[in-house]
Design a protein around this ligand. Sequence first.
Ligand SMILES: Nc1nc2c(c(=O)[nH]1)N[C@H]1C(S)=C(S)[C@@H](COP(=O)(O)OP(=O)(O)OC[C@H]3O[C@@H](n4cnc5c(N)ncnc54)[C@H](O)[C@@H]3O)O[C@H]1N2
Ligand code: MOO
Length: 423
Amino acid sequence: MKMTSVNSANDCGCGQAQGGAWTLDAALRAVAAMTAPLSQVEDVPLARAAGRVLATPVIARAPLPRFDHAAMDGYALRHADLTGPGPWSLPVDQRIAAGQAPEALAAGRAARIFTGAPLPDGADTVIMQEHAHVSDGILHLDRLPQPGTHIRRQGEETAKGAVLLEAGQRLGARHIAVAACAGAQSVTVRRPVRVVLLATGDELCDPGQTPGPGLIVDVNTPMLTAALTRADVTLLRACHVPDSRADHVQALAKAARDADLIVTTGGVSVGEEDHMRAAVLALGGQIDIPAVAIKPGKPVTLGRLGAAHWLGLPGNPMSAFVTFMLFGLPLLSALSGSALPTARRTGVLTHDIARRLGRCEIRPACIDGQDAMGRLQLTVSQGIHSGRMTPLARADGCVVLPASGEPLCQGTQIDFLQFPEGF
Ligand SMILES: Nc1nc2c(c(=O)[nH]1)N[C@H]1C(S)=C(S)[C@@H](COP(=O)(O)OP(=O)(O)OC[C@H]3O[C@@H](n4cnc5c(N)ncnc54)[C@H](O)[C@@H]3O)O[C@H]1N2
Ligand code: MOO
């Protein structure tokens, strides 16, 4: 097959040298297989548990609801007291608000009761106050109620001892609410994943600075700092590393001492200024996945350095973004023992796509609604450039264009990775 020029304006050269590169699916399977959850756990109060990952299940300490109670403001009575054809009249001799302990209901009597208040012993039915009439302390009913209405029974939602949240659950507001229902004051979660972020390149200057000749603004550090700002991650530090082997070795050695995961950007390609792989190997590290046959992001490299995982992202910001989404997010999930954040969905193309067969492409895409069958309608960026970030700002996720297969025409089904919230 004739290759187009590597100098083409829309092409950084990925896909031209597939030797040694893993397929995307094989690399993702390997990451899942070789990454075990951190063993250390800690107890945190519910108020500080948002975004953390449960290490042990949350068990109901009592039945839910804990006791029989009224589901409506009204009157509690014993249904068997409503004898004969009606209307019926029952003296009201008790008033029970939420939080009060009632007395048993005497025969032939009703109790004024409010939503959430415990049902008195002997009562088995609650009448909404809109369906009752009370005068001089006597409850009058014209219609016979259904026995047992408007009562929430002890244990009807769940029994004592039931598992309400499984280990591995990432805690959002609704899960914390369920833990509170369970009677928990705190939860046992995995400790945060400790990450060190290293951006390599002599050309980098900080955002906000005016770059001197040949310099560029560091995009990867703010991008990945944002992606790593989450409750289940402690970003220990984010540093620039100059383009020298000695500086790489020094920064990596320090990172390996305190990080669970070292994320680097740049320096993973093949030029003399690319020192990352050599530095990892010089420190006794290992490379598990040397490259992945995707565009952008082919030079992405995964390995180990001491006890730490190493994720070597390519320097081009678009490549770094895509490879962090594909590998960084699953790595963090695996280390924190939670499910993958981005399930692959299937969508349908709204237009034809020109692509080069033989390489797997990851392209930004927008959701343009759903068709009659509920399938996502996807509009995909035409062509990608691994340094260009602007298409990502408008996108809802990325499509995965397979390396082989039929032409991609309007209506073709395609895999879609929706960006997680905040990504
Ligand atoms: N002869 C070959 N050259 C290249 C190949 C190849 O296979 N053979 N692969 C190309 C591909 S694909 C990519 S991607 C890049 C990856 O290179 P590195 O990971 O070594 O990254 P750098 O060379 O350090 O930087 C690439 C590019 O990105 C810019 N950059 C780097 N860091 C940042 C940052 N923090 N913020 C913004 N921009 C950044 C850097 O200035 C370069 O322009 O290699 C190709 N070359
Ligand atoms: O295309 Mo490279 O993918 O610039 O990562």
